[in-house]
Structures are given as C-alpha cells and as structure tokens.
Design a protein around this ligand. Structure first.
Ligand code: FES
Length: 141
C-alpha cells in the first residue's frame, strides 16, 4: 500500500479523503522522498482560518498525516502545496516574503505556484486545492 503522503508529492488532481488532525505549525523530518499513492476523493477539510495565514507568509498543517503548506502570497489569495521538499523529502515550514524555503539544503519555491525558484529541488511542489468559505480555509487533495 502506498502512503497518503505520496498523494501530494505525486501531484495535482489526485484526491484523498483527509481529516484534520492538527492545526498548529510543526516541523517534521522525513527520511525519504514521497512516492505516488492511492486515488482518493475530494471531500474538503477545514484546516484553519484565513486570519491564521499572514500575507506573504504561510503555515504548515498536518491533515490526516499529510503535510501541507497554506500560503497567502497576496492579500486574500490563498494557495496550498505539499510541504514535502522535492529534493530529499524534508518537511518544510519556512514561508516568508512569498517564498517557501527548505531549511535542509536551501531550495526555494514560489508561494504563489509552488514552482522552483532555486535548487537543488528538481521539480515544483504538488498543489493542494484550497477553498475559502467565509473566514475558513478548507483543502482537498
Ligand atoms: S531536502 Fe529540501 S533542498 Fe534538500
């Protein structure tokens, strides 16, 4: 069986049933790069409030064991990505100035679209669908 963690790493459009298990930022280290995983559904899960995500920054959340980042690159524009660095699987939790930085080897990603700004990351971050309902942020993947 393939882990849920790999769903995000494998990309956009793959969905998974996810339940929120934590809403506070934390840093976790993974020892390997995620691999593709099971298909899933797109039941949106509430993650946090819009006010929890500062403009230009972001936070990491654990959604049913899946590590994601929610960012707000510009006021009232929210984005979601896998928090797993595509270089060596480090779980990232450093978002500032609309960039996501991997503290392991220094890769930088855009907090707007997850694209690689500088290596050694080989590819963009997997995207997470973000839905804003009132002051709530929900995600599905
Ligand atoms: S694990 Fe992120 S840059 Fe190496």
């Amino acid at each position: 069986m393939i882990s849920r963690r790999g769903v995000l790493a494998s990309a956009v459009g793959v969905t998974a049933v996810a339940a929120l298990t934590a809403c506070s930022p934390e840093v976790t280290n993974l020892s390997s790069t995620p691999t593709p995983t099971e298909p899933a559904t797109a039941t949106p899960v509430a993650v946090c409030k819009t006010s929890d995500i500062p403009v230009g920054s972001g936070k990491k959340f654990d959604v049913d064991g899946v590590q994601i980042l929610i960012t707000q690159p510009r006021a009232d524009e929210f984005r979601g990505f896998s928090a797993i660095c595509t270089h060596a699987g480090y779980v990232m939790n450093n978002v500032a100035n609309s960039e996501i930085k991997c503290d392991n080897h220094g890769a930088r990603y855009s907090a707007e679209d997850g694209s690689v700004l500088s290596g050694p990351a080989p590819r963009a971050l997997g995207k997470v669908n973000v839905i804003v309902e009132g002051d709530q942020i929900l995600v599905s993947f």
